[in-house]
Design a protein around this ligand. Sequence first.
Ligand SMILES: C[S@@+](CC[C@H](N)C(=O)[O-])C[C@H]1O[C@@H](n2cnc3c(N)ncnc32)[C@H](O)[C@@H]1O
Length: 272
Amino acid sequence: MNARKETAVYTHGHHESVLRSHRWRTAANSAAYLTGELRPGMSVLDVGCGPGTITADLAELVAPGGRVTAVDASGEVVAQARAYLAERGTGGVEFATADVHALAFPDASFDVVHAHQVLQHVGDPVQALREMRRVCRPGGTVAVRDADYAAMIWYPAAPGLDTWLDLYRRVARANGGEPDAGRRLRAWAREAGFTDVRSSASAWCYATAEEAAWWSSLWADRTTASAYADTAVGGGHTTPAELSDIAGAWRAWGADPDAWFSVLHGEVLCRV
Ligand SMILES: C[S@@+](CC[C@H](N)C(=O)[O-])C[C@H]1O[C@@H](n2cnc3c(N)ncnc32)[C@H](O)[C@@H]1O
């Protein structure tokens, strides 16, 4: 096992406005490229599980007889995921705190190793993929999906959202991550030693008045109240006044009846 540790800072943190976005996620809207591979009885490792909504869906897709191990670098969010699955009544899931760069599992422990929107935040995504491959059994699948911030598009145009995107990408890189990860997944997987890599892309789209209001208000809140705001200001990238203007731009955009936003993701299914 490689003992290398995380060097990046998780840009978003786990403020309520961040978890509001994560808790909307399902296997259907965030892991559809993988679900066709899942069968009852399989063992799955969900890396960077966050609050656990995708984890619960994966557990239900490999039941009966399957098991899911869910890990995250944040012990706080692991506790929230454990509580969520207990409340939902989803069994067959074990939890642990772990860094994807150095996983404490023997070689070839899982049929499927999955990470959703995790590699964009880590210090060494190629090492993360090597470690995910190590703990996956020969013939198994490593499945990774990440957003690509530079590929996000929206309508109507809003200069405040252009400022938001430029600032977010600078802060995420200063924190050691790669916000335009989606387009790089295939290259990272090949560099990690995978030779059988199936690449695809899929998008989230927020187009109804309700979806635009939800998406814009969570980004307005994230911009001013989450760990992102602290690192953006603390790192000298912006000021509280500019963040307040960006939050206002998000709210104004979200109230526009024509508001439409799409988040492109890259995906890879890597055969071990
Ligand atoms: C954007 S969230 C995604 C959560 C979940 N997969 C989802 O899509 O709902 C990224 C998660 O990765 C976790 N994370 C960041 N760096 C990590 C690392 N080095 N090892 C394991 N987890 C990490 C964060 O704590 C966070 O919960």
